[in-house]
Design a protein around this ligand. Structure first.
Ligand SMILES: Cc1cc2nc3c(=O)[nH]c(=O)nc-3n(C[C@H](O)[C@H](O)[C@H](O)COP(=O)(O)O)c2cc1C
Length: 377
C-alpha cells in the first residue's frame, strides 16, 4: 500500500441532471440543460479531474455521457449500466462505438441496484441470481469487445453468433468495468471482473478491511482491481463553516423527505431491498439522532447525526446519492482523504453541491494539497 500513498490519487467528480444547493427538495433544485452540461463538462477538462461518474438517476447515461464527451477533449465519463436491461451484444455495440468515437474515453460502472428496479424492467431475479447473471453477461460482453464471435448457452443467457460492431475497428480490446457492492455475491463478481472496485465512504478502519477482503478475493483470480471511494463533500474554510453548511442543509430538508429516507434506513435500502452497503453505513448514525427524527423533531445540529468529527452518515436522510458525506474545512478534508489513500484508495469520486461551484471550490482549495493545480486559462 505504501507505494500508492506517495502518488497523487485520481480525482473524479459527479455528473448528474439533478443539481443545485439541495436538489432533493424542489426549491433547492436547478433544472440542468445542455448549456449547464457544457459548463460542467468544460470545468472537468480544465480542472484536475479525469472524468465524472454519471449515475442512473437523471438523464440516460449514454445520452448524457456522449453529449459531455463530445464537448470535451479529456473528460472520461463513467457510465452507470445495469446488465440485461440492454442485451450484451447491443451493449457491446454501443460501447465499442462510443470508445471508437471518443478514442478510449469510456468507463462502465456496473450497477446491481435492487430487485424492485429490475422488476420495472421485467427482470424477476433476486440479488444472488443477479450476481450469477452478472458473471455470464460481463464475460460475454468482454469477449465481444475483444472481437470474438460469441455463442453462449448458460443459465441466464442463450446467445448465438453474436459479434460487436464488426464494421469498425475496436479502439481497445477491453473496456474497463468498475463495480461496487458489499454482499458476498457481489464480491465474487468483483473478484472475477472488476478493473476497479468502488465503495461508499465508511470509517477508515472498516474500509481498510473491506479493501483487503476485495484484494484477497481478486488475488485468488490473479487480478488486482484499483480501489475507488465515492463520497459527498460538505466543505468550507474551517470545520465550523462546513458543519454550519450541514446544519443549513438539514434544516432546509422537508419533513416528508426525512420521513421517507428514515423509512428507507429502517428497511435497509433505497428501493426497499436489503442493501448490505447501505446497512453498513446507516449503522453509524447515532441512535439518539434517529430517535429524534422518528419522534418528529429535527436535531438542532447536523453533528447529532455524525459518526465522528468529519464523517456524516446524516446525509443519507437527505439525498438520494451517497449515504456518507465528509464534512470539514479544506485541511481536514485533505487529511481524511489522505487517510483513505493510505488505506488503499486510489480513485476518489466526489461531489460538493452545487456541482459546478463545488468542483471549483474543491479544485482550488483542496486539490493543491495533493499537488494537483487547476490549469491556467
Ligand atoms: C459508487 C457507487 C455508485 C452507484 N451508483 C448507482 C446508480 O447509479 N444507480 C443505482 O441504482 N445504484 C447505484 N449504486 C448502488 C449499487 O448498485 C448497489 O445497489 C449497492 O452498492 C448495494 O449493493 P450491496 O447490497 O451488494 O452492498 C452505486 C453504488 C456505489 C458504491
Amino acid at each position: 500500500m505504501a507505494s500508492t500513498a506517495t502518488r497523487p490519487p485520481e480525482f473524479m467528480w459527479y455528473f448528474v441532471t439533478h443539481d443545485g444547493p439541495y436538489p432533493w427538495e424542489p426549491e433547492g433544485r436547478r433544472r440542468i440543460q445542455l448549456e449547464d452540461v457544457r459548463a460542467l463538462a468544460s470545468a472537468m477538462d480544465r480542472l484536475p479531474y479525469t472524468g465524472a461518474l454519471i449515475s442512473t438517476t437523471g438523464h440516460n447515461t449514454w445520452v448524457l455521457g456522449a453529449a459531455a464527451a463530445a464537448m470535451t477533449k479529456k473528460f472520461t465519463p463513467l457510465l452507470a449500466i445495469r446488465p440485461q436491461f440492454i442485451s450484451a451484444a447491443e451493449l457491446a455495440n454501443m460501447a465499442v462505438s462510443f470508445d471508437d468515437l471518443f478514442e478510449g474515453r469510456l468507463l462502465i460502472n456496473v450497477i446491481n441496484s435492487e430487485s424492485p428496479i429490475w422488476r420495472q424492467h421485467g427482470i424477476w431475479l433476486e440479488n444472488d441470481e443477479r450476481h450469477e447473471l452478472h458473471a455470464e453477461y460481463w464475460d460475454v460482453f468482454n469477449r465481444l469487445v475483444a472481437g470474438e464471435k460469441v455463442t453462449h448457452k448458460g443459465r441466464y443467457l442463450n446467445i448465438e453468433n453474436a459479434v460487436a460492431n464488426p464494421w469498425i475497428e475496436h479502439y481497445r480490446p477491453h473496456i474497463p468495468l468498475w463495480f461496487s457492492g458489499s454482499s458476498p455475491g457481489a464480491l465474487q463478481v468483483v473478484a472475477r471482473f472488476a478493473d476497479a472496485y468502488l465503495t461508499f465512504a465508511e470509517p477508515v478502519e472498516q474500509l481498510r478491511e473491506k479493501v483487503s477482503t476485495v484484494l484477497d478475493l481478486a488475488g485468488e483470480h490473479e487480478r488486482r482491481p484499483r480501489i475507488g471511494l465515492r463520497a459527498s463533500l460538505i466543505i468550507g474554510e474551517t470545520d465550523a463553516d462546513a458543519w454550519r453548511k450541514a446544519d443549513r442543509l438539514l434544516h432546509a430538508t422537508s419533513r416528508a423527505t426525512l420521513e421517507r429516507k428514515l423509512g428507507v434506513i429502517t428497511r435497509g435500502g433505497n428501493a426497499g431491498g436489503t442493501s448490505v452497503t447501505q446497512s453498513r453505513i446507516f449503522a453509524h448514525i447515532p441512535d439518539a439522532g434517529l430517535e429524534a427524527i422518528r419522534s418528529g423533531r429535527v436535531p438542532d445540529s447536523a453533528r447529532d447525526l455524525a459518526a465522528d468529527d468529519n464523517l456524516w452518515p446524516g446525509i443519507s436522510l437527505l439525498q438520494q446519492g451517497p449515504p456518507m458525506a465528509l464534512v470539514g474545512g479544506y485541511d481536514s478534508i485533505a487529511e481524511r482523504l489522505k487517510e483513505y489513500q493510505a488505506a488503499g484508495v486510489e480513485i476518489f469520486i466526489l461531489d460538493a453541491l452545487p456541482l459546478l461551484e463545488g468542483a471549483y471550490e474543491f479544485a482550488e482549495h483542496v486539490l493543491p494539497k495533493f499537488n494537483l493545480v487547476p490549469a491556467q486559462a
